[in-house]
Design a protein around this ligand. Sequence first.
Ligand code: SAH
Ligand code: SF4
Ligand code: F3S
Length: 470
Amino acid sequence: MDTKTTVISPEQLRRQAEFCDEIKAYWLAQGVTPVAFVDTYGCQQNEADSERIRGMLEAAGYGFTDTEEGADVVVLNTCAIREHAEQRVFGNVGALVHTKRRHPRQKIILCGCMMGQSAVTDRIKKSYPYVDGVFSTHHLWEFPALLLRLLKTGKRVFLIEDSPGSIAEGIPVCRENRLKAWVSIMYGCNNFCSYCIVPYVRGRERSRQPEDILGECRDLIAQGYKEITLLGQNVNSYGKDLALGMDFADLLAQVAQIPGDFRIRFMTSHPRDASRKLFDTIAKYPKICKHFHLPFQSGNDRVLKAMNRHYDSAQYLELVEYGRLVMPELVLTSDVIVGFPGETEEEFEDTLRLVEKVRYDALFTFIFSPRGGTPAASMDDPYTKADKNRRFDRLLQVQNRISEEKHRAYIGKTVRVLVDGRDGDLLTARTDGGRLVRFAGDDSLIGQFLDVKITDCTTWSLVGQRPTAI
Ligand code: SAH
Ligand code: SF4
Ligand code: F3S
């Protein structure tokens, strides 16, 4: 396999745009306005990819629906991170046999990270004959070609050839939200954490050119977007492959200097190359949210080594300490895995100790799930599912207490929020740190940055009032 990043040429993308026109003409000739249902699983990378899938569908004349029932095309953008995610997808694919029976012209297409695994695509080929099309993340830009072929030939199409990955600029985007936008700054991952499937299904790390990223951000801000989230599996290694002498902190600083009323988030950071310079940059620019999602995965050094994480708990704590030194208000969140193969009770206690020490604002907790083809999947593991569940519950109890204490500390404070929607009687908003705030107000406030006084809280959210309303 070649290891160089392929840049998809404007000519190749123009060809895809022509395929979209042909699809449009196909439906027009039948006097039909086709509708599509795009169902997304997994992380923000998949959300961002789905916005491109919808962009291409829109260019091909499709409208959108939020159910598979009656849709002319159903696209399932899948996630392979844990077994549970895969089971959900297989369950839903199984159910589609009935929707297709009720609407025989329905085309069923599977894409996303699961389709980067040959065991999955072999299973689809053999056991799910009513699935019409499959493409892996590397073939996203060729979706119009796949769809046109399906419509014209009625034959199944599989675009699953593996590659180190490509960069395609200029695929149309149909964004889900009008206030918050995802901007991918890089694709793939080179870290090969021993438990993780992502490097196998999303290819090698490749960075977009800074001017393409900055151009996209400027356009979004001009369109009125209020929040931009820079995305990558490991944003801290942005630029390493470009050799422009520019790192993630430099990119962040440039985005933060774009004029306009907006804020910036980013995810995800790997502690291995989170630099002091990065913390200094976040501290320096008011537009960058003082929020760091810094997955630690385990508090035990032997386990961290077995995970191939390339840092130890002391180095991790040093980073946290520096971050809080330059930004006392820093909101910290993290990911952690419980029950990595061979993790002992004592090693798990180290994770609990680290959580108590750092006191995260929120924690995403996962039970280890073996992923075929990763080194951790074949490591010995004497511990049972029940052992792991027990540890998971203990960890959750500790974190819930800390989350609630952290939320309680907001009471009486005034915080700046971006109002993003409504949930029943109350408006919903997020602080710069990503905390959910609910408060009374009318819909005209949606899309505004406001100061809100926190009056109460739960483990999961804050309750507020507008100062003028008090
Ligand atoms: N690139 C990001 C994370 C992507 S996956 C990072 O490195 O931070 C999100 C989270 O899923 C990971 O941080 C990890 O905690 C969890 N995860 C990944 N593979 C897993 C597995 N096999 N079993 C359980 N959790 C896993
Ligand atoms: Fe997976 Fe590790 Fe890459 Fe994150 S950094 S995507 S956990 S291999
Ligand atoms: Fe899942 Fe792929 Fe994201 S495996 S977590 S959708 S990168």
